[in-house]
Design a protein around this ligand. Structure first.
Ligand SMILES: Cc1cc2nc3c(=O)[nH]c(=O)nc-3n(C[C@H](O)[C@H](O)[C@H](O)COP(=O)(O)OP(=O)(O)OC[C@H]3O[C@@H](n4cnc5c(N)ncnc54)[C@H](O)[C@@H]3O)c2cc1C
Length: 289
C-alpha cells in the first residue's frame, strides 16, 4: 500500500495536532481491516498522511454514566461482544459485534471504523440504529454529538470531514424489560459479509401493551434507517398474529420502496418478511399464547 506519510499518535490531542500539521489529505487508521483492504488494490492512499489512532488508550473501552454507555471508537468488536456493561445494558450490540467476521478480524476491527467506513453491510449499524445511538465527533478539539444514523449520505460515504474523529459511541442504557432480537443472514455461518440483518428492540407494559418498538433492516438500504411508521404499527397495542404479519409485510415493502427493484429484491423481500415474522413471534411468544 502506497502512502505519503505514517504517524502514530497516543492521545486525541496529538491526533488533532497531526491532522492540522499534515501536508495534504489524511486518512485515519484504526484497526486497519478496511483501510488495508482498500489500499491493497490501487493507489487510493498514495497522497495521504495516515494517522494511526489505534494506540490512543482513551479511545478504547466501555464506561457508563447514569443513562448512557460510552464506547470508545477504537474498542474492538471482540471486546464489545464480551463487555459486561454492553451485555447488561445493550445486549443487542454485543450480539451484533460478535457476528462480525472471524475472531481474528474482531480482535482488530473497531466499532468506530465499522461506522466511518459506511458499508451498508456493516453489522453494527442496524443494532445501533434501534438503540438510538449517538456519536461524539471531534474536529480540532471541538466536540459535537450527532445521531448515529445522521452521518451517512450514501453507501461508503459519510458527511465526516477528513479531520473529524469519532471518539465515542453513546448508547442509551436499556432497562432489563427491553426485549431484542438480532438476526444476521450471510452466505455461510461464519466469516461472512451480511446479506441482511434484522434488528428489533421493544418494551411492553405489564398488560403486554407495547410502549416502544423499533425494527430495522441492515445490509439492504443505502444507509442505516429507522422507520417511525413501522414503530407506530405496534406502539399502544397488545399485538396479535395479524399485527405481526402486517409489520413484517410493511418492513419488507420498504425494500423496493427505498432501494428500488434490484436483482436481489426477489430474494431479500421474502427473506425480510420471514425473518421479521419469526423475530416478532419469538419476542411476543408469551403475549400470543
Ligand atoms: C476478513 C474480513 C471480514 C470482515 N467481516 C465483516 C463482517 O462480518 N461484518 C462487518 O460489519 N464488517 C466486516 N469486515 C469489515 C471491517 O472489519 C469492519 O468494518 C471494521 O469494523 C472496520 O474497523 P477498523 O478499525 O479495521 O477500521 P479501519 O480499516 O482502520 O478504518 C475504516 C474507515 O474508518 C475510518 N475511521 C476509523 N476509525 C475512525 C474514527 N474513530 N473516526 C473517524 N474515522 C475513522 C478510516 O479512515 C477508514 O476510512 C471484515 C473485514 C475483513 C478484512
Amino acid at each position: 500500500m502506497k502512502i505519503r506519510n505514517y504517524i502514530q499518535v497516543k492521545t486525541v490531542e496529538a491526533f488533532h495536532e497531526a491532522a492540522k500539521a499534515a501536508d495534504g489529505p489524511i486518512t485515519i487508521l484504526a484497526g486497519g481491516t478496511d483501510v488495508l483492504v482498500n489500499g491493497r488494490e490501487d493507489d487510493v492512499y498514495k497522497d495521504c498522511t495516515v494517522i494511526d489512532i489505534f494506540p490512543v488508550e482513551a479511545l478504547h473501552g466501555v464506561c457508563e454514566t447514569e443513562n448512557m454507555l460510552l464506547i470508545g471508537a477504537c474498542t474492538t468488536h471482540e471486546a464489545i461482544s464480551h463487555d459486561p456493561l454492553v451485555k447488561q445494558y445493550a445486549p443487542i450490540l454485543a450480539e451484533a459485534c460478535g457476528a462480525v467476521g472471524s475472531l481474528q478480524t474482531r480482535n482488530r476491527a473497531t466499532i468506530g471504523g465499522n461506522l466511518a467506513n459506511a458499508s451498508p453491510a456493516a453489522d453494527t449499524m442496524s443494532a445501533l440504529a434501534v438503540l438510538h445511538a449517538e456519536l461524539v465527533i471531534e474536529r480540532d478539539g471541538e466536540a459535537r454529538v450527532e445521531p448515529m444514523t445522521a452521518i451517512f449520505t450514501k453507501p461508503y460515504k459519510t458527511n465526516l470531514a477528513q479531520n473529524d474523529l469519532i471518539t465515542t459511541i453513546r448508547v442509551p442504557k436499556q432497562s432489563p424489560n427491553v426485549r431484542y432480537d438480532y438476526v444476521k443472514v450471510g452466505r455461510r455461518k461464519v466469516l461472512s459479509i451480511s446479506r441482511m440483518t434484522v434488528a428489533t428492540l421493544l418494551e411492553m407494559d405489564n398488560n403486554g401493551v407495547v410502549t416502544r418498538f423499533d425494527m430495522t433492516v441492515g445490509a439492504t438500504f443505502p444507509r442505516p434507517m429507522l422507520f417511525p411508521d413501522i414503530s407506530a404499527m405496534l406502539v399502544g397495542k397488545r399485538p396479535s398474529e395479524q399485527d405481526i404479519i402486517g409489520v413484517a409485510k410493511a418492513l419488507s415493502d420498504k425494500i423496493p420502496e427505498i432501494a428500488g427493484i434490484r436483482k436481489s429484491t426477489i430474494y431479500k423481500q421474502p427473506v425480510c418478511r420471514n425473518i421479521s415474522e419469526r423475530s416478532l413471534r419469538k419476542l411476543f411468544a408469551d403475549i400470543l399464547k
